[in-house]
Design a protein around this ligand. Sequence first.
Ligand code: ASP
Length: 349
Amino acid sequence: MYSFRFRGNKKENLIFMNRRKFLKNATLSTAGLAVGSTLVNCAENSKTGTPISTTKSVAPLPLVIATWNVPNATLEAYKILEKGGNALDAVEAGCKVEEADVANQSVGKGGLPDREGNVTLDACIMDKNGNCGSVVYLQNITHAVTVARNVMENTPHVMLAGKGAEQYAYEIGLKKENLLTEASKKAWEKWKIESKYKPIINIENHDTIGMLAIDKNGDISGACTTSGLAYKMAGRVGDSPIIGAGLFIDNEIGASVATGLGEEVVKTVGSFLVVELMRQGKSPQDACEEAIKRIVEKPNSDYKNFQVGYIAVNKQGETGSYAVHQWFSMTKFQDGKNENIQSEFVIKA
Ligand code: ASP
């Protein structure tokens, strides 16, 4: 087996499956065979005959993970899961915490505007049955994730944009709000003095919240919500509302969500890629690394100047995260406690 692995700023070219990975795989299989509740069964998809894994979770459930350091959001989601609530309700509630937090300038109310001074939101949600909903270029509504969920559950569509999405938000009872806070307006006015647009590597411009949860039944859902890149062109839409790019769930396999420069995630259909790699047997960690590698190794990739990060969870409850640059992190709430885990990366800050 041939693979590239990135650790720190070192690029190692390994010709054979490395020892760490061999041992990890061996340990997991042994665990699966040894513990009654974690038996690995081979089954077939009833419609297609395709073999699928029906492995039960080996990690304590429920669990929730999210991009960046968002302990209040994961706590809110966990509270629902702990009481036996479902993963879909949990991820919506968790994302809403960040949407309402005006101090977070990359999500919901208080998000930084586009170059014309308009705050426009993108969000999506996906459930255990593969249903999904999203909104793009939504204005004047704080809880974009709730609109996305309603699109999924109560319309015949998957995606609503702009004025139509806003109109629909009023129809489901959400209220009109000015999303441009004084702090974000000031930041935009300062930016306008030079009006230079350049994707900024670091965290202050990449705080999209992407959240994945597994409930007590072992079912997975996910959601993602953002105001997108600060000072983007008017009309720009990123990866976050695009199913397969910003988010993908397959309840038989696992889930992934992205943050960072959305254009790069869209070009590689990143979250779908991570889930498909897990389907082929990769761990969430290795799948995230491979998806970042696809971006970094593209001809003329400008990866030194942008950030992209993925987090992932598989059906067994194993998690992983990886990013182009240092300082990406994942918040994980499991076993009654919140943890912020620094992600591995390609380039050291
Ligand atoms: N992925 C988001 C976008 O491109 C931005 C982010 O993660 O901060 O719109």
